[in-house]
Design a protein around this ligand. Structure first.
Ligand code: HEM
Length: 185
């Protein structure tokens, strides 16, 4: 698989962080609107706003996060199916993407169209799913920074001269130094 230059990798990582953490932020805003709706805020403002947010920000960001996340894995030494933390994030994000596109988006749009006429049962849709998904995205963020659980398969032998082992590093061989672009390459 093609590898990126250090500058390209930084740009892709920036895009990954902006989209993924923007997704988490939007999710927290949806949760806030859901709680506001249950606490008596004007439903004709809260629910249409949530409908717009889901349609124009949350759902598109879900797709962007998945695409940029997969690219961040395939175009770097991490790979998509080499490290457990990457695989778990892939599964988590894929499940979330499906739920967002197939369930959450249509339901919140429906809620937005109903506004004040929405039943209490429907209003809970803007509290429980965003609470669960925000928690999952926080888990994904923690996995990304701690990178736990090591490799899925042992690293292929390399011809490089022996360098200190660094567990958790994508190629398992290079020392814990950053490349000139400031990324662990
Ligand atoms: C398809 C799903 C995803 C995949 C395959 C994926 C993969 C990756 C990879 C390979 C990196 C390392 C990039 C590099 O070193 O240049 C990374 C970094 C990161 N990802 Fe993801 N990611 C996904 C989704 C997410 C989500 C949903 C979040 C959080 C909401 C997230 C948060 C982060 C963070 C904070 C980093 C920076 C970690 C660091 O530089 O130490 N990712 N991701």
């Amino acid at each position: 698989m093609t590898r990126l230059s250090p500058t390209g990798r930084k740009a892709l990582l920036t895009l990954h962080l902006v989209t993924a953490l923007g997704w988490l932020g939007t999710d927290l805003v949806l949760l806030t609107l859901g709680v506001a709706g249950l606490r008596g805020a004007d439903p004709d403002v809260v629910y249409p706003t949530a409908g717009l947010l889901v349609t124009y920000l949350f759902a598109p960001l879900s797709v962007a996060v998945w695409l940029v996340g997969v690219a961040s894995a395939l175009l770097t030494p991490w790979g998509l199916l080499r490290w457990r933390w990457v695989l778990v994030k892939l599964v988590l994000t894929t499940v979330m993407l499906g739920l967002v596109l197939l369930l959450l988006t249509p339901r919140i749009r429906h809620l937005g169209a109903l506004g004040g006429a929405a039943s209490p049962h429907l209003r809970v849709d803007l509290v429980v799913p965003p609470a669960v998904s925000s928690t999952l995205l926080l888990v994904a963020t923690v996995l990304s920074t701690y990178k736990p659980w090591g490799r899925l398969r042992p690293a292929a032998p390399t011809s490089r001269r022996a360098a200190p082992q660094r567990p958790g590093h994508p190629d398992g061989q290079r020392p814990a130094v950053e490349d000139p672009a400031g990324r662990r390459a």
